[in-house]
Write a protein that binds this ligand. Structure first.
Ligand SMILES: NC(=O)c1ccc[n+]([C@@H]2O[C@H](COP(=O)([O-])OP(=O)(O)OC[C@H]3O[C@@H](n4cnc5c(N)ncnc54)[C@H](OP(=O)(O)O)[C@@H]3O)[C@@H](O)[C@H]2O)c1
Length: 252
């Protein structure tokens, strides 16, 4: 059984929705204190209101797509305000769907800033000795799209693929500081991001019947942040209900 104490403080990005939201709520239910961030203050407040131990949820709204360099210092500031962090959950993300013919440098850079560069700067801040506790852990939400060449996902998939590799590099570099770094690559998970994508016709509505729940990812997030995962670092864990295996259509 995984449990945390309120002295175990985690920062969760993308906590206003979907996978980040489910992760923040689960960590809080398991006893941890959770700093939740996203741009939409009202959605973050809804998460706090829903939390089992809402007194241990702290809202810090921030746009991670701007002033990327400042994110490292921001994490250090948060640790001064709330106490040293035991872990990071990096779930903030946006879907980018564009074929090669309309990709340009500016759109590539926009995708990389939020999906890759912002994540690296947050981890840089966390890796500062002032910011993290003795045994700590970073979980980055990548995507199974990083592993396949799905049409139209050039910007999204290439940034996520780089994120998986960046996770392995940082796991190597931060091992000596007792920081574990792992990525999770979910398959299709039914969240507002996917609902929006179905509405726009970018995701086939039929695929939704095979989609997983945000909690399936949150379960792995909690495990990787816990001492039970003390021997796991530099890994990319795929959670897709077996959909990438031949002849399996998610029966779970
Ligand atoms: N759902 C899937 O099928 C799936 C599959 C594989 C990987 N993923 C990945 O999982 C992660 C979570 O996705 P989700 O499905 O849970 O999406 P979601 O429900 O749309 O949530 C995305 C979160 O990212 C935050 N965010 C977006 N842009 C931001 C910005 N500029 N600054 C700060 N926060 C920002 C949003 O908060 P605000 O809007 O409040 O800022 C929201 O909390 C993403 O990295 C996504 O790429 C999802």
């Amino acid at each position: 059984m995984i449990s945390f104490s309120k002295e175990d403080i985690f920062l969760v990005t993308g906590a206003s929705s979907g996978i980040g939201r489910a992760s923040a709520l689960q960590l809080n239910e398991l006893g941890a204190s959770v700093i939740i961030t996203g741009r939409r203050q009202e959605k973050l407040q809804e998460v706090k209101d829903e939390a089992v131990n809402s007194e241990n949820i702290f809202i810090e709204s921030r746009d991670l797509a701007v002033d990327i360099d400042s994110h490292a210092e921001w994490v250090i500031e948060l640790s001064k305000k709330y106490g040293k962090l035991k872990g990071l959950v990096l779930s903030a993300g946006v879907s980018f769907v564009k074929p090669l013919s309309i990709v340009d440098y500016s759109s590539l850079k926009t995708a990389q800033d939020i999906l890759l560069n912002a994540q690296i700067m947050l981890i840089k801040g966390f890796s500062n000795r002032k910011a993290h506790t003795g045994q700590s852990s970073v979980v980055i939400i990548a995507s199974d799209a990083a592993l396949y060449g799905v049409k139209g996902l050039l910007e999204y998939s290439s940034a996520k693929a780089a994120l998986i590799t960046a996770g392995k590099v940082m796991a190597n570099e931060l091992y000596s500081r007792s920081i574990r770094v792992n990525t999770i690559s979910p398959g299709l998970i039914l969240t507002p991001m996917v609902e929006e994508s179905v509405k726009k016709g970018e995701t086939n509505a039929d695929a939704v019947q095979y989609a997983g729940k945000p909690e399936y990812v949150a379960n792995m997030v909690s495990f990787l942040l816990s001492e039970k995962a003390c021997w796991i670092t530099g890994q990319n864990i795929i959670i897709d209900g077996g959909n990438s295996l031949p002849n399996i259509h998610n029966k779970f």
